[in-house]
Design a protein around this ligand. Structure first.
Ligand SMILES: *[C@@H]1O[C@H](CO)[C@@H](O)[C@H](O)[C@H]1NC(C)=O
Ligand SMILES: *[C@@H]1O[C@H](CO)[C@@H](O)[C@H](O)[C@H]1NC(C)=O
Ligand SMILES: *[C@@H]1O[C@H](CO)[C@@H](O)[C@H](O)[C@H]1NC(C)=O
Length: 446
């Protein structure tokens, strides 16, 4: 299934050329090699060219683990007709099946691991390969809570009916993408640096696909939106992006960065029996099989751990080339000292389905759905905590209760079913709160 490098002479090339109607689209990349893609058809019947799984970074296994991506050098002909392998991740798809089988059990520990540590690819979709086209470029970062997801989230079927070039990068996920011991062994922010490297690749190569490197829009939903916001505020992408579309996520939400990365990493490591000094723990984690590290994270996650898989504020002594989050995102946003480009920000309408589905599992498992007192008095606060928001004063809970749940009459406030539409809005609209709460994100600045 993995895309492969082939020498020019390989039989594979013959197959490729004959494969897609005898006219495989081909692009020659400066300093690299030739990518051979395939034709696809949009829902409205437009023929487009797809180049999938093109590597922009070397494998992140072994010595490259946790480190900034190493740009991929290759030559010859690359078969770009298969989507890139997902970055290694736990796949909870099995949860849905379990739920059907035993609807009252919350089974967070059941998952399969999919993907690979050799996963840094871009998928490029273009309606026209003419170099002089100069079409705008839309980069879509997939979502998935920094833990899951891949390019299959966003295919070109609809968007490529427009004259736009779509680029969907893979970036490292979970502990392998974000764990940080705040040292050189496990610095953190690997997945963010991948996202930057994908933009750098676009600057170098997108014109060959008919794209305009001076009209790059970063976009994404949920964590993909958070990443887009990071790309906007990091100095490392200056000149590489020109617009941003953010749907349900920003750098300012509680889980957008880990405030105690070393504690998170050590807590996760303890589930893999990595203990000792920070240096010992770092070495131990570095040498773990990826599966063991993922298992350790899920064990930590299952007992309520939320950290270890988010960006971190870069260490002051981090080299400039990798200092991707030079300050607390809140400080950067408030200072206005970041790229002044047009942005569109909002929340997807039913984003809350994801939360409510999980919340529902927990409430059912804990037998709380029919507990009128719990639903009436405690649900709002629990929902916030579930979304990773610690409300020390109670004021957010009150606001949430008033804004999102008060449409239900007092007599029905203990009725879980009646509250579901509001709960969907809470979780769907809550990420918007963090965008709008600090208006300087939206206000023009210098
Ligand atoms: C950690 O150590 C305990 C006790 O020796 C053992 O049961 C467990 O399997 C170890 N876990 C891992 C991930 O090695
Ligand atoms: C949440 O968003 C939806 C759709 O965007 C909107 O219809 C609804 O009124 C919002 N809810 C609240 C309480 O703001
Ligand atoms: C709870 O709310 C649902 C949806 O509004 C409604 O159909 C149901 O009758 C309510 N149950 C009770 C006991 O009031």
């Amino acid at each position: 299934m993995a895309s492969q490098m082939w020498p020019l002479s390989a039989i594979g090339l013959v197959f490729l050329i004959l494969g897609a109607n005898g006219q495989s689209p081909t692009v020659i990349l400066d300093g690299l090699g030739t990518v051979v893609g395939k034709e696809m058809t949009t829902i409205n019947g437009r023929t487009i060219h797809a180049f999938q799984g093109i590597p922009y970074g070397e494998s992140t296994a072994g010595a490259n683990r946790f480190k900034a991506p190493v740009p991929k050098q290759w030559s010859g002909t690359f078969d770009a007709t298969n989507p890139g392998v997902p970055c290694i991740q736990p796949d909870f798809g099995i949860l849905k099946q379990m739920r059907k089988e035993s609807p009252n059990q919350f089974v967070s520990s059941r998952y399969e691991t999919i993907g690979s540590e050799d996963c840094l690819t871009v998928q490029v979709y273009t309606p026209d390969l003419q170099h002089d086209q100069n079409l705008p470029v839309l980069v879509y970062y997939h979502g998935g809570g920094f833990l899951n997801g891949d390019e299959s989230d966003f295919r070109p079927d609809h968007i490529l009916d427009r004259d736009v070039i779509l680029v969907v990068p893979h970036y490292r996920l979970g502990t392998l993408g974000y764990l940080s011991m705040q040292n050189d062994v496990i610095p953190g922010n690997a997945g963010l640096l991948d996202s930057v490297e994908a933009l750098r690749w676009i600057q170098s190569h997108i014109s060959k696909f008919g794209g305009d490197p001076n009209r790059v829009t970063v976009s994404g939903q949920s964590t993909g939106s958070t990443l887009s916001h990071y790309m906007l505020i990091t100095p490392l992408t200056d000149g590489m992006l020109h617009r941003a579309i953010m749907m349900s996520g920003s750098t300012l939400t509680t889980l957008s960065y880990d405030r105690n990365p070393v504690k998170s990493a050590r807590d996760i490591a303890s589930f893999a029996n990595c203990t000792g000094t920070d240096d010992e723990v770092s070495q131990c984690i570095f040498n773990l099989p990826a599966q063991t590290l993922i298992d350790a994270h899920i064990n930590y996650y299952s007992v309520g751990g939320t950290g270890g898989i988010q960006p971190v504020i870069s260490r002051p002594d981090e080299p400039e080339a990798t200092k991707v989050v030079p300050d607390d995102p809140k400080v950067i946003v408030q200072s206005g000292n970041y790229k002044s480009v047009p942005i569109l920000a909002g929340a997807t309408r039913h984003d809350g389905m994801f939360y409510v589905n999980s919340l529902d599992l927990i409430l059912n498992a804990a037998n709380l759905v029919n507990n009128e007192f719990f639903i009436r008095k405690l649900l709002a606060r629990e929902v916030l905590e579930f979304a990773g928001i610690t409300d020390t004063t109670g004021s957010i809970t009150d606001m949430l209760d008033h804004k999102y749940l008060s449409y239900v009459g007092t007599d029905q406030r203990g009725n879980y079913t009646a509250l579901i539409p509001g709960l969907l809005d809470v979780n769907g609209n809550h990420s918007i709160i963090s965008i709008f709460i600090i208006p300087s994100v939206l206000v023009p600045h210098n």
